[in-house]
Design a protein around this ligand. Structure first.
Ligand code: G1P
Length: 297
């Protein structure tokens, strides 16, 4: 099997981020830092490490900081050069060279399915990766990028692929849940035969939740076009995937990596602490501080 290579990625980042108000009033939630690096930079780096060269970000009002972040800042570069801060200079320059990044505005926030449909012209007739802009999978640099793992499965089958994470049964109603059969005993690859967006626990086909990364064949746009509003009166990507399942196969990879959901306050804090504890610059000091305050609070 030698399917068309996956070179393009779509990153939806238009949502208001209401869980992070008042900050998210003017600062995109995707720009919230993991210590010193915006979450969306990690997401872009994951795409690039997976072989992606062209990215479309679906943005909206109050999201200009994302564009600015990936655009060169020549004044800052000059300042860093003059001060001899070569490490910082290299880091800053690398950001704007990561990939060809394009932007489009989602005119109204009508759901994830609607956001993805804005990518139709950008994607054309190629397969593409979809990465949700507020979620990290695994510690960057310490594991094989999940998008790259999905692309490997796509190369094998030439079909749609989603990342899956087992979640506790009382959490299934927060996610799109997949049902199906493992391709072989002991395999982490599921041949998906059903999907339900945010099911009640008694209707969930499994506890395997769609985990923010997908590889789609371009036909997904035909199904999105026909998808009526679903849960929360939004155009749900999962509903278009259900329709697509009638004509195209889909595989799911059960992830070994941990999911870090930055769009949720507690997980955002936990992620910052976990990532910081692994860093040489701030890790040791933070570890001491946590021990100290944990015994006081
Ligand atoms: C979206 C998808 C859902 C998926 C989740 C996490 O939901 O609709 O199927 O499980 O992302 O990737 P949201 O978190 O936007 O409500």
């Amino acid at each position: 099997m030698n399917p068309t290579p996956v070179r393009k990625a779509v990153i939806p980042a238009a949502g208001f981020g209401t869980r992070f108000l008042p900050t998210a009033k003017s600062i995109p939630k995707e720009m919230l830092p993991i210590i010193d690096t915006p979450t969306i930079q990690h997401v872009v780096e994951e795409a690039v490490e997976s072989g992606i060269t062209d990215i479309l970000m679906v943005i909206g009002k109050s999201k200009r900081a994302i564009e600015e972040h990936f655009y060169p800042n020549l004044d800052l570069e000059a300042e860093l050069r003059e001060k001899g801060k070569t490490d910082e200079l290299e880091k800053i320059q690398a950001i704007s060279k990561l990939a060809n990044i394009h932007y489009i505005w989602q005119q109204e926030l009508n759901g994830l399915g609607d956001a993805v449909s804005y990518a139709r012209n950008f994607v054309g007739n190629e397969p593409f990766a979809l990465l949700l802009g507020d979620t990290l999978l695994g510690i960057p640099g310490e594991c094989k990028p999940v998008t790259g793992q999905l692309i490997e499965i796509y190369k094998q089958y030439g079909q749609n692929v989603v990342a899956l994470e087992p979640v506790a049964e009382d959490k299934v109603s927060r996610y799109g849940i997949a049902g199906g059969n493992w391709v072989s005993e002991g395999s982490a690859v599921l041949k998906v035969d059903t999907l339900i967006e945010k099911p009640y626990p008694n209707e969930a086909p499994s506890n395997l939740a769609i985990a923010s990364r997908y590889i789609f064949r371009p036909e997904i746009f035909e199904y999105l076009e026909r998808t009526p509003r679903g849960k929360n009166n939004e155009i749900q990507l999962t509903d278009a995937m259900v329709a697509m399942l009638e004509d195209h196969s889909m595989y799911g990879l059960q992830l070994a990596e941990k999911r870090y959901d930055i769009g949720n306050k507690l997980d955002f804090l936990k992620t910052n602490i976990e990532f910081a504890l692994r860093r040489e610059d701030v890790g040791p000091g933070l570890r001491e501080y946590i021990k100290e305050i944990a015994s006081q609070c």
